[in-house]
Design a binder for this molecule. Structure first.
Ligand SMILES: C[S@@+](CC[C@H](N)C(=O)[O-])C[C@H]1O[C@@H](n2cnc3c(N)ncnc32)[C@H](O)[C@@H]1O
Length: 299
């Protein structure tokens, strides 16, 4: 694909979707359109409804009458599918997280590698940027988000330096946050620590776990029996939600059984083990290294 984004685990996703050429498919994370292009190639009379909340992705829309690209958050899945009379669907793909374009475009503020505004909104219409969060959240809220979403065990010192710094003006660039946080990390663990700090803020800004739960809860209603649910996640917090939902139909992973001991759940996981990229894929696309693919079939 283009510089915008290289699709990850492409072959595995297509196999997972098991495309019926006249079926209706959904790609909830269009991005550069790499996965969508491959789905479209496998369609005959079928159609593809794609979503992306980032207006930057819209110019990537393929010229294809069988594709509808909706510039919306995928939490509106059911309503949009109703609008386009596209229910029930035969398969859904979610390639979660941010695109290479979003990471590499300094003005979006997702990466500590480039200086730019501390923004991190996938959709510029989202009310609070990362800078707004650092400026307005109470100490306890900040600690909670760094602990939960950054998996930083003891965020006390980080929050202390943020609170002190914001007294002297907003922490409104990636450079300012990088400088503050770098001082707290062990020299050989700087990048890992910065990645955790930036990840935590990104998840909070875009409410990534809430919208993922909302999406998964809607899949049950919009998919026909036999339809495939294919999800790639890039960190353990997302992957845990996907794994539990596919196994049990809830996010805690609690199994519900009938009188005869049969598991009652909306989906049947297709693979016992999570699918990860081969070494060769990681060699040519380092961003694939953290990808975790799960596939399930609607009961
Ligand atoms: C990893 S990229 C997908 C790349 C795509 N599969 C490709 O082949 O180019 C994730 C994309 O999903 C979008 N996205 C993430 N969360 C979203 C959400 N809740 N609603 C709509 N789009 C979302 C991002 O803006 C980004 O463009």
């Amino acid at each position: 694909m283009s510089d915008y984004h290289s699709p990850v685990l492409l072959k595995e996703c297509l196999e997972g979707l098991n495309i019926e050429p006249n079926g209706t498919y959904v790609d909830v994370t269009y991005g550069g359109g790499g996965h969508s292009a491959a789905i479209l190639k496998n369609l005959n009379e079928g159609k593809l409804i794609a979503f992306d909340q980032d207006p930057d992705s819209l110019p990537n829309k393929a010229e294809d009458d069988q594709l509808i690209l909706v510039n919306q958050n995928f939490k509106y899945l059911k309503n949009s599918l109703r609008l386009y009379r596209a229910m029930p669907i035969d398969g859904l793909l979610a390639d979660l997280g941010v695109s290479s374009h979003q990471f590499d475009e300094g003005s979006r503020g997702f990466s500590f590698r480039f200086d730019g505004p501390l923004d991190m909104r996938m959709n510029p219409g989202i009310a609070q940027s990362a800078a707004d969060i650092l400026q307005t959240y109470e100490a306890d809220e900040l600690k909670k988000l760094f602990r939960l979403y950054g998996e930083i065990r003891n965020p006390f010192r980080l929050v202390k330096v943020i609170l002190e710094a914001r007294e002297n003006g907003p922490i409104d660039t990636t450079g300012k946050l990088r400088e503050l946080a770098s001082k707290l990390a062990l020299p050989h663990k700087q990048n890992q620590f910065l990645a955790q700090v930036f990840q935590a803020l990104r998840i909070e800004v875009n409410k990534e776990l809430d919208v993922l739960k909302s999406l998964l809860n809607q899949t049950e209603e919009v998919m026909r029996p036999g339809a495939r649910l294919v999800v790639i996640s890039y960190h353990s917090l997302e992957d845990r939600l996907v794994k539990n939902y596919m196994r049990s139909g809830n996010f805690e992973g609690e199994l519900d059984k009938d009188l005869y001991g049969n598991i009652l759940r909306p989906f049947e996981p297709l693979n016992r083990k999570v699918i990860v990229p081969q070494e060769e894929e990681i060699k040519v696309n380092n961003r694939a290294r953290s990808a975790r693919l799960r596939i399930a079939v609607r009961n």
